[in-house]
Design a protein around this ligand. Structure first.
Ligand code: GLY
Length: 424
């Protein structure tokens, strides 16, 4: 089979690496891919950007691609699936309309409310004055969210009224996230542990849950500082060993979401990522939905996935997920993101040569590329906020942590930054 993976981050590198191990795949194209994907066997980078939907569809049509998997939300929310379906091509992701569950936080919250799916209380605003009056007298901290896509950075927790006012004014005037912040949600802050619960959904509403994962969202150790796309991940999550919580998530969140979307004419097909918070009493609530796999959760999940990725995604396209079981290694997987100093601010240090990458992977470990590129002298340099992710798997969680940081220590570039508490 010919497979196309759309994207150029660590998540897509992990998907390409896993797809290359499938007995069903002959060749895997990654558009546009990165220097890491180009090194994988039977994987070939294609010079088409993730937003060039027509070009991607033409390529898939001409090359008779059997399966397309899309990593990032951008092409999904732009309608890549609608285009591929029009051309009779197999693609495992939701269409543009269903992808609103991620592309508009207001759409998502209103949907959750209509279907009584647990989520923190909220209001939404497009004008500064009513938003400021609303926060007068409500309990702090509060969560302020840009309605649109902001690369995982559009969520701010305000602990003081002064900060809340600053964020509200700057989001709504377009200073912080452009158009994405011109409508905002103000949400009650909930205490608890966050969890990434990702399921596969097909057109017959069959649901195949993946094993659980958790990401480390904040830039600093002990979950401090700004939100990022994710500075590390682990799988399985700590909490979900509890069967009751798992069943509550399925019954109170996943099933009503899939059937609710269908009932409203937004049939959901593809990976559905529920970002959840579990409170002290074990009650799950939806913080957000994503219409895709997580990054860097996918890196940890792919390390643990025993089943054939291509096989389950093909089943997803055919409406045959009920015939599949996903098998996972019972070991722990951990992933650590190595980033450029300054990230998640946009003026991070960039274009520095990367030293110390091992020629061969360490045992039970893998280095996935995200923001890397080759310069004109063919040297590998940093080319983004999140540069590499190191993933490792072990039966012993402590050994996995130790190995992760041993590998991290051997890699260097100027202004490298990573959290030192992943897995701790
Ligand atoms: N790691 C969070 C995300 O992928 O949205």
């Amino acid at each position: 089979m010919k497979i196309l993976i759309v994207g150029n981050g660590g998540r897509e590198h992990a998907l390409a690496w896993k797809a290359s191990q499938s007995k069903l795949s002959d060749i895997i194209y990654v558009a546009p891919g990165n220097p890491g994907t180009s090194l994988e066997s039977r994987v070939c980078n294609i010079d088409i950007n993730i937003t060039e939907i027509d070009k991607l569809a033409e390529f898939a049509y001409k090359e008779k691609i059997d399966l397309t998997i899309v990593g990032p939300e951008k092409p999904i929310t732009m309608g890549i699936v609608d285009k591929f379906h029009m051309m009779g091509l197999n693609i495992f992701a939701p269409n543009k309309s269903a992808a609103q569950i991620e592309s508009s936080k207001i759409f998502c919250k209103n949907f959750l409310c209509r279907h009584n799916i647990p989520t923190p209380n909220y209001e939404y605003f497009s004008e500064i004055k009513p938003a400021l009056s609303y926060i007068d007298g409500i309990k702090l901290p509060i969560v302020i969210k840009a309605d649109g896509l902001a690369a995982g950075k559009g969520v701010v927790i305000a602990k003081s009224k002064q900060k809340a006012e600053y964020i509200i004014k700057n989001m709504l005037s377009g200073n912080l996230f452009g158009n994405a912040g011109k409508r905002i949600i103000i949400e009650e802050f909930c205490y608890g542990e966050e969890l990434s619960f990702i399921v596969m959904v097909d057109r017959k509403k069959n649901i195949l849950p993946m094993d659980t994962s958790q990401d480390y969202k904040r830039i600093g150790n002990n979950n401090t500082g700004l939100n990022t796309g994710g500075m590390g991940s682990r799988s399985p999550a700590l909490l979900i060993r509890n069967e009751e919580i798992y069943q509550n998530i399925m019954d109170q969140i996943i099933y009503p979401t899939v059937s609710g979307m269908d009932a409203e004419g937004n049939q959901y097909i593809g990976f559905l990522y529920a970002g959840l918070i579990i409170n002290k009493l074990g009650k799950p609530m939806v913080i957000e939905f994503n219409c895709r796999l997580g990054d860097p959760e996918t890196q940890s999940l792919m390390m643990r996935l025993k089943s054939d990725l291509v096989d389950i995604c093909i089943a997803g396209c055919k409406g045959e997920l009920s015939k599949k079981n996903i098998q996972w290694h019972s070991k722990y997987a951990l992933s650590l993101v190595l980033s450029s100093g300054g990230y998640p601010n946009s003026n991070y240090y960039n274009n520095y040569e990367i030293y110390g990458l091992p020629k061969q992977d360490y045992p039970n470990s893998k280095i996935f590329h995200s923001g890397t590129c080759l310069n004109k002298n063919n040297k590998l340099i940093t080319n983004g906020g999140r540069v590499l992710s190191i993933s490792t798997i072990d039966r012993d969680f402590k050994i996995a942590k130790k190995r992760l940081y041993e590998i991290a220590k051997s890699i260097y570039w100027e202004h490298i930054y990573f959290r030192t508490d992943i897995g701790f």
